[in-house]
Design a protein around this ligand. Structure first.
Ligand code: AMP
Ligand code: ZN
Length: 216
């Protein structure tokens, strides 16, 4: 199963992706995570991406497309991939369609997580992430047992530099202007399934599971 998961920052793409990977054995590919790793390792891609990311802007397509193509071509994606955070504009939507066809791993379905802006602000500004394992917490809605410490591995929790209300506003505008047209592109092809992602996480995952069982 080859899947895209789409939705604005804070819609739960990361949380749902982790559960989809566990349930269906697909490989999770998050372009945001790949860029953050590249920045941490100070690779050429990381150096290029940093200023865009820090400002909530999209990294240029040339860099992003190449990175994704290399990743989905790897052997571990034979049983399926779950792309999270890509495509993010119409040009990337065309690119993924083309590269997926080229390697004979076409997109089966697009999961579209729908949440309104006020809810996103609440989620994003309280989001905290484990430095060690990437687990996602929230200072009000999903507190760790000990403040600032991951329940799973004791890793330190941090706040992403772009998880502020100001940066979220930019990211949301990028989403509305650039990413939504790519969702409409896939919708016209009959691939999009809208999910009400303002529900609690368990209910959202139940809805996703119902949809995926039908295509498996
Ligand atoms: P995310 O973790 O998905 O919220 O992504 C964080 C940041 O990484 C975004 O605000 C962009 O700067 C960059 N980024 C992630 N995915 C893409 C993409 N497909 N195209 C361009 N920039 C991206
Ligand atoms: Zn952890």
């Amino acid at each position: 199963m080859n899947l895209l998961i789409m939705g604005p920052a804070g819609s739960g793409k990361g949380t749902m992706s982790a559960q989809i990977v566990e349930a269906y054995g697909v490989v999770h590919i998050s372009t945001g995570d790949m860029f953050r790793e590249a920045i941490a390792n100070e690779t050429p891609v990381g150096l290029e991406a940093k200023s865009y990311m820090d400002n909530g802007k999209l990294v240029p397509d040339s860099v992003t497309d190449r990175m994704v193509k290399e990743r989905i071509s790897q052997d571990d994606c034979l049983n399926g991939y779950l792309l999270d955070g890509y495509p993010r504009n119409l040009s990337q939507a065309h690119a993924i369609e083309e590269m997926a066809a080229e390697i004979n791993r076409p997109i089966d379905l697009v999961i579209n997580l729908v949440v309104d802006y006020q809810e996103l602000v609440k989620r994003i500004t309280g989001r905290r992430i484990c430095k060690t394992c990437g687990a996602i917490y929230h200072v009000d809605f999903h507190k760790p047992q000990i403040e600032g410490v991951c329940d799973i591995d004791g890793g330190a929790l941090y706040q992403r530099v772009d998880d502020t209300e100001e940066k979220l506003a930019v990211r949301f505008e990028e989403y509305t202007k650039q990413t939504e047209p790519s969702i409409e592109y896939f919708r016209e092809k009959g691939l999009v399934r809208d999910i009400d992602a303002s529900q609690d996480a368990k209910k959202v995952m139940d809805d996703i599971r119902n949809i995926l069982e039908a295509v498996k």
